[in-house]
Design a protein around this ligand. Structure first.
Ligand code: GCW
Length: 674
């Protein structure tokens, strides 16, 4: 699994000849570190796929040349292609005639575009598409396409299920593990252009000289791949490492300290991206400790990095059990009043849903609620609440569901994707972050199929319109084999996998029912945690009469944080999409469902459906053994067996717990759980 989707095994003999005819020569139109790695990747990919390394040449001297370059390179400019509006990261791939010879040109607006184009060209072969009559034009939908690593300085990874941190801090900066280069290649291949290398629950030490040198060494490896390094910043660093007695953002000494710190960082890392900040959330320090607002805190850091072109990504994941309202409401309550108060180089980073990376949540009500403030999406790639690395859950449908959700803020069709790509309110600073699932495991992600979640995050950040299914198909073809006899059933299996997890863990809008702390396995009965808003009982509110969290006007009224049309839809149990039912409503156990069944029977049916779906996944995978090497096949098969056992564990223990409250018999025809 080490090679991810960049395996480049030989294409079938009958197809290879045609491909070879379209890749006889490799012509690099200019010189730069990035063009160098683009050419190396083309050479590596083409020689693997086609069994013949294309000759490198200075000019298109025969049919079938591949020319890679940037808009400004003479050989590219001479073609007179329309390369306007590509930006540095966009590219075109065109079949052209040069000096009477057939060639393919990969032309980037700038360096990164050329590299992305090279990966796209290889992907065409990896997914067995024709190389004739190419007319491809691509540019990314959002500017900041980042991984967020929750990696600690001791190499543990918060919510990481794939071994230790990739960053071997102890040996940095003197030893550069070749894996850093492979990490950069993988990210560049899916358009990721930045990485926040340290945890948002951060240690101020990461901003001290020795650690900055380590960060600079990583930045040096990533730079040719178009990837910038960012750091999580601890708000109280001026006190902890700066010798000040305050971190008050309005104190001139604090402001000066951060400006000097930014200067120090930029001297080491000239293209440093900026800071990510978790403040006044789950015990982290922040501006509110000094009676200041999130805007005061963010702006102070923004002013420090602005002279260098840096940004501040300020997280909106805030909640506090001292606040009497519903936990789902707090971010909106704190940030909407600050709309318009942030500097131009601040972007507020919002989790996809209002609670915390659950198997299913409605979209976060902040999306669309801050016309003056750009918001970036934060998805979780690592599966904290979806069974870690042992449960197979392809997250493409989750990401797509959120991006396609309609906020209704500017009438129907005002999707979350349009908030995030800046088009709804005309923002130029845009972004999407994914909490990484990478680690030192040989297969990077802790399981073969979790690689797909890294992949789909990058692809959707590049183009939210690509579609989770098309991306699954692409990934399966590249990672295993393009044989449709494999790709089709695996794609279907992947596409249903997240819904299976929802069904056996948290059906019908239930959420946050996982066991304490680690969040693995069921714990809906837990009600004795030190903070009320951590208890599963806080979230499901089940009793003898009914189940669900009333977030309508008769309850917390969190539903009012959405735009009126969305609110109307969510607030009415007859109109609401039943996938969100118990998120917004507390209903009697006999509430009639669209299926005609009472709620209790429907709930049990969903648990069953989830367990059955995992059984079906096991059977599908077992039937595909001939298409996959034994090592990867058996690893996936083992994990699916674990998943099936644990899906039953979730179902049976959840049903037993609900019955202890409602005293209801099992629905007709259903045996009591084991
Ligand atoms: O999902 C929760 C996790 C914490 C995490 C926090 C956050 C980094 O359980 O481990 O801390 O969210 O996103 O800040």
């Amino acid at each position: 699994g080490y090679d991810l989707w960049l395996r480049y095994p030989p294409v079938e003999a009958d197809a290879a000849a045609d491909y070879r005819a379209s890749a006889t020569l490799l012509v690099v139109a200019g010189e730069s570190a990035t063009l160098g790695v683009a050419a190396d990747e083309l050479e590596r990919g083409l020689s693997g796929l086609l069994g013949a390394t294309p000759e490198r040449a200075g000019a298109v001297s025969r049919d079938g040349a591949v020319l890679v370059g940037r808009a400004g390179d003479a050989a590219v400019a001479a073609l007179g292609l329309d390369l306007s509006g590509l930006g540095a990261e966009g590219y075109v791939i065109r079949s052209v005639i040069m000096d009477g010879r057939a060639a393919t040109v990969i032309a980037g607006g700038g360096d990164a575009g050329a590299l992305y184009g090279a990966f796209h060209f290889l992907r065409l072969i990896q997914t067995r598409q024709a190389l004739t009559n190419l007319d491809i034009r691509e540019a990314p939908a959002v500017n900041l396409r980042l991984l967020n690593h929750w990696d600690n300085l001791d190499r543990t990874v918060e919510r990481g299920y794939a071994g230790q941190s990739l960053w071997d801090w102890h040996k940095l900066p003197d030893h550069l593990d070749p894996r850093y280069t492979d990490y950069a290649r993988a990210n560049a291949s899916i358009g990721i252009n930045g990485t926040v290398i340290n945890n948002v629950n951060t240690d101020a030490l990461s901003l001290t000289g020795p650690w900055l040198e380590k960060a600079a060494a990583l930045a040096g490896v990533f730079r040719p791949y178009g990837i910038r390094v960012y750091l999580s910043a601890r708000f109280s660093a001026p006190v902890e490492i700066g010798g000040l007695d305050t971190a008050d953002p309005l104190d001139p000494r604090v402001q000066a300290w951060w400006r000097a710190k930014a200067d120090e960082i930029y001297a080491l890392i000239p293209d440093f991206g900026g800071f990510l900040v978790k403040a006044n959330s789950e015990g982290q320090p922040g501006p509110q400790d000094y009676g200041r607002s999130h805007a005061d805190g963010a702006n102070m850091l923004a002013d420090a990095v602005a002279p260098h072109g840096g940004v501040v990504m300020w997280r909106a994941f805030v909640y506090d059990d001292g606040v009497p309202t519903d936990r789902a409401m707090q971010a909106w309550d704190e940030f909407v009043p600050l709309d318009g108060q942030f500097r131009d180089n601040v972007i507020v980073q919002v989790k996809n849903g209002p609670i915390d990376f659950q198997p299913r949540e409605p979209f976060h009500p902040l999306f669309g609620a801050t016309p003056e403030t750009p918001l970036m999406m934060e998805f979780q790639i690592t599966k904290e609440y979806l069974g870690f690395a042992t449960h197979l859950a392809y997250l493409g449908p989750l990401y797509e569901e959120v991006l396609d959700a309609d906020t209704h803020v500017r009438g129907p069709g005002s999707t979350v994707a349009e908030v995030v790509d800046g088009s709804l309110f005309g923002h130029r600073l845009t972004g999407m972050a994914g909490v990484a699932n990478t680690g030192s495991d040989r297969n990077w992600s802790g399981s073969q199929f979790d690689q797909a979640n890294w992949y789909v995050f990058g692809r959707l950040a590049w183009d939210p319109g690509l579609g989770a299914e098309a991306i699954a198909r692409e990934w399966a073809a590249m990672t295993f084999t393009p044989d449709p006899a494999f790709v089709e059933p695996v794609t279907a299996m992947m596409m249903g996998s997240r819904e299976a997890v929802v069904d056996y863990m948290t059906p019908l809008g239930l959420n946050h029912l996982m066991a304490t702390g680690h969040h693995y396995g069921p714990g809906p009965w837990v009600d004795d945690l030190p903070r009320a808003d951590w208890n599963p009982t806080y979230f499901h509110r089940a009793d003898a009469e009914g189940i669900g969290f009333d977030r309508t006007a008769s309850g917390s009224n969190a539903v009012s944080q959405y735009a009126p049309d969305a609110t109307a839809r969510f607030a009415d149990p007859a109109q609401i999409d039943e996938r969100f039912l118990l998120w917004f409503h507390h209903l009697p156990w006999d509430h009639p469902m669209p299926s005609g069944r009472p709620l209790w029977d429907e709930l049990v049916a969903r648990y069953d459906r989830g367990v059955d779906a995992v059984g079906e996944m096991r059977r599908t995978w077992a039937g595909l053994a001939d298409h996959v090497d034994a090592r990867r096949h058996s690893e996936v098969a083992d994990f699916l067996a674990i998943q099936e056992d644990e899906a039953r564990w979730w179902r049976d223990s959840s049903i037993a717990y609900w019955r202890s409250l409602n005293g209801l018999p099992m629905p007709e025809g259903h045996a009591p759980p084991a």
